[in-house]
Design a protein around this ligand. Structure first.
Ligand code: NAP
Length: 577
């Protein structure tokens, strides 16, 4: 293993320790020194075994554990899987990778690790990211505080002891002063509701629950249902070896080329020398990617200039075509039509059969108003004789049969069915745990008309609970948001620790102000006119058929400014006792 260092501090070391807290003050980060006191003794008497319980050992859970150890917190992480990684543990489907540039995706907090680790591709595949996160777990010796195969069933607030009782599916109970959810924003996979799913005699998999064992598609008859980012990545990989691949597409998405490539040793050395600059740029951009929007509007430039700019974006790596495009692309309808026209032209050029090309061009939403899947020869797959596209809106799937799929006009036989049908996004992972706050109120009740929060991280009536990727946190290039949120929560806990505070709760008024801001930001966005997980729609989940403002749509710097302002004002809007 590469240059592994001991952990900064261990939970076994219960002595007071001097720590450095990144206290956020207006205008930026200020470093202050604090003395962390062990928080256990009075609590132990009250039966509280942990200072903090973290649910989930993905990127946010791992980093949170590191920071809690620095605070001297006795921490337990419960993780449903058998290994660390979260998204990168569960999503092992063929071709799975992120669409963020690798070097903008890794943790930025450990400068040594940045120098030790080499990314091999501009957009790393899942096995590499999983390996990277295992290296982080090794380096900081994190596994000793993580209990694997431990799925949390419920978390109930106990007012008398100011603590959380967390019950696992195996019935065991654990008690903790603070509760931190690190359960992801896209982590609750959803299956379609077709009859007969269980009757299928072949193999079937959901992309978000992919097995560790290799699935061999060679010579097989394969169905893929769904053409979101997971489906697109799966299809382009399966098409390489399957005897027959039938893609069931209900709604086409606008896809654009990823332009992945290997990173040479020399290139990696050059990237290493620029890490400070790379992360600074991520901190400044709207959604923490390396791309920034063009400062001009679509029609501010001549048609020839516009076409040349779009061609340039289409030929470049990554999300530039989506988040580095003309600044009015996602708010001005005519501008959006212009870029959609450009992408449609590309699809027609790349797909030989004009009928298939038309099926692949979205007609009910414009480019970028849903999440743009980045692809590698995705459209060219449909030129292969072994690949067929079925329009599942025109001829809906009626049922899964023991041997395949029956649609309204045909019956297909398959060896393997892949469900790339997505997630109960944003709050789905919360709905699967029985969270109860003050007076036994359930989070589901409180969120029945849509989730609420204070900066996505706190919810009134749920004291001492922090949500790392809760609703209304900035998403985008997610690790950047994870690092910020973990540090913000850790700073708050350090503050509480210093002041002997044992109860922290968001005030309703502060939440109302934040939610009003979230609602305002969504006004005028073309994406709000389209069904997708980003607007809270999942047709496979009851109660999620209608569009809502389901997420924070503002900029990451704007999000951070709001959260930093709360911290700078001694946690204004948060009651502490
Ligand atoms: P998704 O975008 O929600 O796509 C689900 C797909 O399944 C859609 O095409 C949907 O059709 C279809 N579907 C669902 N139920 C169906 C049914 N009953 N019948 C027919 N079709 C059905 O989910 P995802 O592809 O897993 O992606 C979710 C998000 O995860 C992405 O947007 C992205 O943020 C993240 N992700 C990222 C990457 C990456 O970084 N490259 C890769 C994978 C996922 P409709 O559109 O008609 O509903």
């Amino acid at each position: 293993m590469m240059g592994v260092e001991p952990p900064v501090s261990g939970t076994d070391d219960r002595k007071s320790l001097s720590i450095t807290v990144q206290a956020r003050k207006a205008g930026g980060l200020v470093t202050m020194s604090a003395v962390a006191e062990p928080m256990t003794s009075p609590k132990m008497a009250a039966g509280i075994t942990y200072d903090a319980i973290v649910i989930g050992a993905g990127m946010s859970g791992l980093y949170q554990l590191i920071r809690l150890r620095e605070l001297g917190f006795k921490t337990r992480v419960f993780e449903a899987g058998t290994g660390v990684g979260g998204t990168w543990y569960w999503n092992r489907y063929p071709g799975c990778r992120f669409d963020s540039e690798s070097y903008s995706y890794g943790f930025s907090f450990d400068k040594d690790l940045l120098q030790e680790w080499s990314w091999t591709e501009h957009f790393a595949p899942q096995p590499e990211t999983e390996k990277y996160l295992n290296l982080v777990a090794d380096k900081y010796d994190l596994r000793r505080d993580i209990q694997f195969q431990a799925r949390v069933a419920s978390a109930h607030w106990q007012e008398t002891t100011r603590s959380w009782t967390v019950t696992l599916e195996d019935g065991s109970q654990h008690h903790s002063r603070f509760l931190i959810t690190a359960i992801g924003a896209l982590s609750a996979p959803t299956m379609p509701t077709f009859p007969g799913i269980k009757d299928f005699k072949g193999q079937s998999f959901h992309t978000g629950l992919w097995p560790k064992e290799k699935v061999d598609f060679a010579g097989k008859r394969v169905a893929v249902i769904g053409t979101g980012a997971s489906g697109v990545q799966t299809i382009q990989e399966v098409a390489k070896t399957a005897a027959q691949l039938v893609v069931f597409q209900r709604t086409p998405n606008w896809c654009a080329p990823l332009h992945n490539g290997k990173i040479s040793a020399a290139e990696m050395a050059e990237i290493r020398s620029r890490y400070d600059e790379i992360f600074k740029r991520c901190e400044e951009t709207f959604s923490c990617f390396l791309h920034t929007p063009h400062p001009q509007n679509t029609f501010d430039v001549s048609a020839a200039e516009r076409e040349a700019f779009l061609e340039k974006l289409y030929s470049e790596r990554g999300f530039g075509i989506w988040v580095g495009n003309f600044q009015d692309m996602l708010t001005n309808r005519a501008a959006n039509e212009e870029i959609s026209r450009f992408i449609a032209k590309k699809i027609r050029q790349r797909v030989k059969d004009p009928k298939v090309a038309e099926m692949l061009i979205p007609k009910n939403h414009g480019f970028g108003t849903r999440r743009v899947p980045l692809e590698t020869f995705y459209y060219e797959c449909y030129n292969q004789p072994n690949v067929t596209l079925v329009d599942s809106k025109a001829t809906p799937i009626e049922r899964i049969t023991p041997t395949g799929i029956k649609t309204s006009d045909a019956e297909y036989e398959f060896d393997i069915i892949v469900y790339a049908t997505g997630f109960d996004a944003l709050r789905g992972a919360f709905d699967r745990i029985d969270f109860r706050g003050t007076d036994g109120v359930t989070l589901k009740e409180i969120w029945q008309d849509g989730a609420t929060s204070l900066v996505g991280m706190l919810q009134s009536r749920f004291p001492n609970m922090f949500m790392l990727l809760g609703p209304h946190t900035a998403l985008g290039n997610i690790p950047r948001s994870i690092e910020f949120n973990v540090e913000w929560v850790s700073d708050l806990l350090a503050y509480a620790q210093q002041k002997g505070i044992t109860r922290v709760e968001a005030q309703q008024e502060a939440m109302d102000r934040w939610m009003e801001h979230v609602m305002d930001l969504a006004k005028g966005l073309l994406s709000m006119e389209v069904d997708s997980w980003m607007t809270g729609v999942n047709l496979n989940v009851s109660g999620k058929q209608k569009r809502i403002v389901a997420r924070y749509t503002g900029s990451a710097p704007g999000y951070r400014a709001w959260a930093n302002d709360i911290a700078a004002k001694d946690y204004a809007g948060i009651s502490m006792a």
